[in-house]
Design a protein around this ligand. Structure first.
Ligand SMILES: Cc1cc2nc3c(=O)[nH]c(=O)nc-3n(C[C@H](O)[C@H](O)[C@H](O)COP(=O)(O)O)c2cc1C
Length: 545
């Protein structure tokens, strides 16, 4: 849906009106441009009083006649949140706004969150990582039945699972069987048959000769080398192996050579969870360069859309991402504190109290042994410090027995709240029922046993947060980036400061509306107007969709 009531083009000229009285109620007050930025959706006309140099504004489709002493500086059409990103993104995905809510593992990006967004024509990805496939299937079916016959768009996550490729295969089977049309691939370091199969299934030739996708793959990444994999056509060897297994047709394989694997690339800067902590302003332009290079090589009929994620928690952040050229934005951390997020009230309260600097890097539960880190909340929880101590002990020692007795006593008391022998017994029981090879390996390799024992804590810490286990509050592992603190500071004193008002849609609409206001203010500045700083401020308010 496109907004109406706009002029075709903005005009900037030096026209000076002659011999006609100014018959319009133009505002020449000191606050005129601030008020005009706030009314960003309206066409605006800007005048200069030549004797005083003061700037005045009026609104409406008509440029009113001017008196001698006034020059017409510019007429600008409305700025709409819908238009800040790529119109092709809106058309391709059938959404109204170039804004997405990213997947959050363990169903934190819950079906409820996905549905709220979809009903407001906003795209959200269900957080399937760490969820049992049978539960993912049930949740997909629930979302689909709620949205039946609405045409609303939504997506789900496909997280790379190098330790067990069958998880990716199972999810892709589910997504294809249930026609999940949008999938966000995350944490991939190399391409797998599963992700290639999802993207290439259903490629077809339209009557006008263009290649149509049945399935839209988004790839979330933060490095050029990974981007290269997704911005190129699917590797021929993976495609032909899929054809041989009867999982792709010859026709799909042929067409796959002419399109990039992913139509949408989400470039992730300093975000909650897995992150390389890069600034968006450095990362995004580098990925645009790469896209140009690959476009020159492959001459795709449709350009790849590049969206921005990471650190976006204020209208200024949204406006900056679009100013850089992002096709769409993705938020994560801020949505974890939303009403619809599938985590505890206790965790949401802790998130709502976060300041910009209340985040830290801590060992990742899934790639603990490799030393991979995730960004987590620091305020109100000691998880980052405790998990980092475990990682340090793992690095420095060959086995649990090798750790000094007083250190073992300390971590049993302060971190595990039980003897390590009990933790191992529980861990052993867990893996015996799920993957007995892990137990065999741990009994052969004491370092692996230590990893499994330490991962007990790191793995459970996020469940304690999701369940809001009060006795484990200081161990909560809450993935969170600096966007959260930035959001809290912006929302302070407004209706969005109160958790019950933080619906994921109000967060989105306010970020977008504020970004449009800031874009308008910057537009004024870019045509040489003396724009007060206040024009760049937007306070949250309840918005209708
Ligand atoms: C609690 C939490 C869990 C997340 N889990 C996943 C995930 O499972 N898969 C994924 O692709 N991204 C995940 N992310 C990243 C988000 O989808 C999103 O890209 C990121 O949060 C955007 O950056 P921001 O946190 O600065 O807003 C997670 C983020 C958070 C905060």
């Amino acid at each position: 849906m496109m907004p109406a009531n706009t002029l075709e083009n903005g005009a900037v000229d030096g026209y000076v009106g002659r011999n006609v009285e100014l018959d319009v109620a133009a505002d020449f007050s000191a606050n005129a441009l601030v008020a005009a930025a706030a009314r960003c959706r309206e066409a605006v006309h800007i005048f200069r009083s030549e004797p005083t140099g003061r700037i005045g504004v009026s609104f409406g489709d008509r440029v009113d006649a001017l008196a001698n002493d006034y020059s017409h500086v510019a007429s600008l059409p409305g700025v709409y949140p819908e238009w800040l990103g790529s119109s092709e993104f809106l058309e391709t995905h059938g959404v109204r706004f170039p804004y997405t809510s990213g997947a959050m593992a363990h169903g934190i990006a819950s079906p409820r969150l996905v549905l709220a967004m979809a009903r407001s024509e906003l795209l959200a990805f269900y957080g399937s990582a760490g969820v049992a496939p049978s539960d993912v299937e049930a949740n997909i079916l629930a979302i689909q039945s709620e949205l039946a016959n609405t045409g609303a768009s939504w997506g789900s996550d496909l997280i790379h699972t190098p330790h067990d490729p069958t998880i990716e295969d199972t999810l892709v089977d589910l997504y294809l069987r249930h026609q999940v049309r949008r999938v966000s691939a995350s944490a991939f370091m190399r391409l797998t048959p599963a992700v290639v199969r999802y993207a290439c299934t259903g490629l077809s030739l339209a009557p006008d000769g263009t290649i149509r996708r049945a399935n839209h793959l988004f790839a979330k990444l933060s490095r050029a080398e990974t981007a290269r994999l997704f911005m190129a056509p699917a590797p021929a060897e993976i495609v032909s192996a899929l054809v041989q297994r009867g999982l792709l047709s010859e026709r799909e394989a042929t067409l796959a050579a002419h399109v990039p694997l992913a139509g949408d690339i989400t470039v992730e800067a300093d975000s909650g969870g897995h992150t390389d902590n890069r600034p968006l302003t450095a990362l995004l332009p580098a990925l645009f360069e790469l896209r140009a290079e690959l476009q020159a090589t492959h001459r795709f009929a449709r350009a790849i859309r590049i969206g921005a994620a990471g650190g976006i928690g204020t209208p200024g952040g949204v406006a900056a991402a679009f100013g850089l050229g992002a096709a769409y934005v993705m938020t994560g951390s801020t949505n974890q504190a939303s009403v619809e997020a599938g985590t505890s009230e206790l965790a949401k309260e802790m998130l709502a109290a976060a300041e910009l600097t209340d985040v830290a890097m801590a060992p990742s539960p899934d790639m603990f042994e490799m030393g991979v880190k995730v960004q987590v909340l620091k305020r109100g929880t000691m998880f980052a410090g405790r998990a980092s101590l475990l990682r340090e002990l793992y690095r420095a020692h060959a086995s649990l027995e090798d750790i000094p007795a007083e250190t073992v006593a300390r971590i049993e008391r302060e971190i595990f709240q039980r003897p390590l022998a009990d933790v191992w017994a529980e861990t052993r029981g867990f893996f015996a029922g799920r993957d007995a090879r892990e137990v065999e390996r741990a009994e052969r390799d004491p370092k692996h046993k230590m990893a499994l024992v330490f991962r007990w804590y790191i793995g459970l810490a996020s469940h304690w947060a999701i369940q809001g286990v009060p006795g484990r509050k200081t161990d909560f592992q809450i993935w969170c980036g600096p966007a959260m603190g930035a959001f809290n500071r912006w929302a302070k004193g407004s209706f969005l400061a109160d958790l019950p008002n933080r619906s994921v849609v109000q967060i989105a609409l306010n970020l977008l509306e504020g970004a449009a206001v800031i874009t308008r203010a910057q537009q004024f500045r870019s045509i040489g107007l003396p724009v007060p700083d206040a024009a760049f401020a937007y306070a949250p308010k309840p918005l209708a969709c």
